[in-house]
Write a protein that binds this ligand. Structure first.
Ligand SMILES: [Zn+2]
Length: 353
């Protein structure tokens, strides 16, 4: 879609329509362009979305009704339109104010936006799609809060995440920052896992906190974003100087170049994916190690991994290349084998109870 818009010059047509619709008002025209852009992208992705939904229904991973699914898709599209509009308006406003140094300023503004979103996501974005309730099981809640205290994190509440009305998958996470830092446990997890197993899963999540993975991921994201904005600036200037796409105006604030910006960001994201996933898998291994060291026994970790693999239909031994390219977590087979190896190593010196 991005290449077609640029090569055919249709992006220029969309820009001209936007100016007409907005009676030449620049920022309203940018919004109309983003609106048309996002409608075209959504229309093209609908067949893939339906395919994905039917696949999940077929394997009983999803138990969502079609109307509820369509409503979720609409909400997802609207959220992405709002966030996309804010980001694109900001970028072009900055380009207009500082055409030379725009990419550094945009980077600084986006970093601030990321930090804000990381805080707001659990209270603002997740509730658009899911219901949350404070955890009813007080004993489990206390146990998890204590686990959190030992890990040195101030957890501001444990919440039950109502996943079962949509999916049979189980999940758990430590989300948010500062005052929104919370543990969320899916009801599908609470129904099928023992207290020991949930503790093992939570210990893994807290391992991410203790090893400062959230901070490291944010710093990494900040670096990648800087690289991205620098590269977008370089490519935009190069492509416009070479007149590869004559429809683009040499002035960078011509928002018809949006497909080119998105294209550079997408290609960069794809090229960096193996490296970012390798870092993520390393973080996951460190969090697993923390979980083994901070729970009384290794068995609940192993049984919870096996239950999760069965419930989520995870591939226990994925193709090596697929794992290298796409997987943010090591395969369940590797995680269980590593846990067993760790436990075996410790066998000769049993820890006193
Ligand atoms: Zn993890």
């Amino acid at each position: 879609m991005l290449v077609v818009l640029l090569v055919t010059g249709w992006t220029g047509t969309l820009r001209d329509w936007s100016y007409e619709g907005a009676t030449q008002h620049y920022f309203f025209a940018v919004f109309l362009y983003v609106l048309m852009f996002s409608l075209i992208a959504k229309a093209l992705s609908i067949p893939f979305d339906i395919f994905g939904f039917r696949l999940e229904r077929q394997y009983h991973l999803s138990n969502q009704r079609i109307r509820s699914w369509i409503w979720d898709e609409c909400k997802g599209w609207m959220v992405s339109l709002v966030l996309g509009t804010i980001m694109v308006e900001l970028v072009y406003a900055i380009i207009r104010i500082a055409p030379e140094r725009w990419w550094i300023i945009a980077w600084a503004v986006f970093v601030g936006l990321f930090l804000l979103m990381a805080q707001l996501a659990p209270v603002l974005l997740l509730p658009i799609f899911y219901k949350f309730e404070p955890l009813a099981n007080e004993e489990l809640g206390d146990r998890l809060t204590r686990l959190g205290e030992r890990a040195g994190t101030r957890v501001r509440g444990v919440y039950e995440w109502k996943l079962s009305e949509k999916t049979t998958n189980a999940n758990a996470a430590l989300t948010g920052m500062g005052a929104t830092r919370r543990i969320i446990l899916s009801d599908t997890l609470l129904q099928n896992y023992s207290g020991d197993e949930i503790e093992a899963i939570l210990a893994h999540e807290l391992g991410h906190h203790v090893r400062k993975h959230i901070l490291k991921s944010i710093l990494l994201q900040v670096g990648v974003t800087l690289l991205g904005f620098w590269l977008i600036n370089v490519v935009l200037r190069f492509v416009i100087a070479k007149e590869w796409f004559p429809v683009l105006d040499p002035r960078l604030y011509d928002f018809a170049n949006l497909p080119l910006i998105v294209l550079v960001a997408t290609v960069l994201g794809f090229l960096l994916m193996p490296a970012l996933n390798a870092i993520s898998r390393q973080h996951e291994r460190e969090a697993d190690l923390y979980a083994w060291e901070n729970t009384p026994a290794i068995e609940p970790f192993i049984t919870s991994m096996q239950k999760l693999a069965d419930q989520n239909l995870a591939e226990r031994e994925p193709n090596k290349f697929v794992e290298w390219l796409f997987h943010s977590h090591p395969s369940i087979g590797k995680r269980v084998a590593a846990a067993q190896a760790w436990a075996r190593e410790r066998e000769p010196q049993p820890v006193a109870p």
